[in-house]
Ligand binder design. Sequence first.
Ligand code: SF4
Length: 480
Amino acid sequence: MFKSKKSRTNRFAAVANQHVSVGRDSMLDSEYPFRLNMYLDPPTDEITIEEFEIFALDRLQVLKAIESAKLRNLNDEQFKKDVQYAVDKYLPMHSNTAFDLISERRKDHISHFVLRLAYCRSDESREWFLRQEAALFKYRLLEENVKDRSAFLESAKLDWHVVTAEQKQAIQNQLERCVPLKIKHNVKEYVEQQTYFEVPFEKVPSLVRQRAIYLHQGKAYVPMEHQTSLVMEEFTSRLESMLVATAKALPRLEEDDRLKPILLNVEKQYVGKVYGAEQVVDGDLTAANVDGAVEQHAPLCMRTLHDALVQDKHLKHSGRMQFGLFLKAIGLSVDQALLYWRMAFSKKTDDEFQKNYAYNIRHNYGLEGRRVSYGAYSCSKIIKGDAPSAGDHHGCPFRHFSSGNLEARLYKDKLLPNQVRDIMNLIQGSHYQLACTKYFEFTHPGHDRIDTIQHPNAYYELSVASAAETEQGEPMDVER
Ligand code: SF4
């Protein structure tokens, strides 16, 4: 797949020649007949290492723009504007009526597969990539003109069968029972006018969950109205399984030592700053000043764990992991961590502490077992992780607290009623990180707006910087 820059130029010359002599249409027909792509086949083209990285980073800008637009809860129009801006800048994709489509589509194809390699490594990365790619695909699908969209779907080898008029008549009553509530007054006409597809029911889990379709003998009968859902289910389920397959093949691919550093660098761009994965040799924080630092600067998730630890003199495993790795990432060395946890677990004997807890602490610092120095949990890992059950205190309060408990906590932290209302509204829309960001802004007056909180340790650093600026009497310059 890779060539030197010279070979690549030759290849491009060849493409250019073909472009002129063979003609653009035949190349397009054979390689990229559509703007939309299910990405079933990897590129066989030759590319340089530089292109490998640049294409991936450009696509990443688009995926990040999509993520940011979703996190900011933009309305449809603003969402479209933001995403289109990023697409035009980094990954332009014109419809079949425009010129120079091959290089655009080639870049789209290659960049997808490079990011697939970079983001197949962990569940968290796979999930993130899948979510953003699905959003990009959906955006393009909805923007596509009817002719190209239909032609693309026809070519996509989707396992759907159009229900014939006779079949439809035979199940007319059942189909009528599944018509959406909004058109209950004209049910018969609706069914008669819709084109229905028969698909294996496992291909449309979200429609099955919503009870929005008729199911019979393992088949789902999906009206044309749900075509977008149908295509999206197909796209995500295919990509999901291909990502798992890529993860299995990755160790072999990484034997090429040119690829590994690039893939790690690309992956890091999304994960952002990795907090706490490096060894803390001599951090600023000591066992004696952890309490003050956490109370003053830590986000609500960590203060909840800290409160529980102080009160119960104990935390269960998930809580110890979440809080312990956070402390490590704010600068608590392993010696100080052992001291801190020993003091915190004051009801345990020395023997119990050594036997049941000390090993795990050293393990987090890479001193036991596989000797991996673990990084602190990001917001998305905490929010999507196992929900706390009775006696647990891990998780994200904005996601896992009941509304009554959260409201009480917000009032305890001296938020005003309108501020509590703003946060609760965000939570109702499942915007937990935005709620946390608002909480930061309300509890750190002097900030108009900060980027969405993505990591508890980013919250902590912002809070420390904010306090330092306030002490100096200067407004804080938050990097955007
Ligand atoms: S959004 Fe992140 S930082 Fe904020 S409370 Fe939840 S997990 Fe913690």
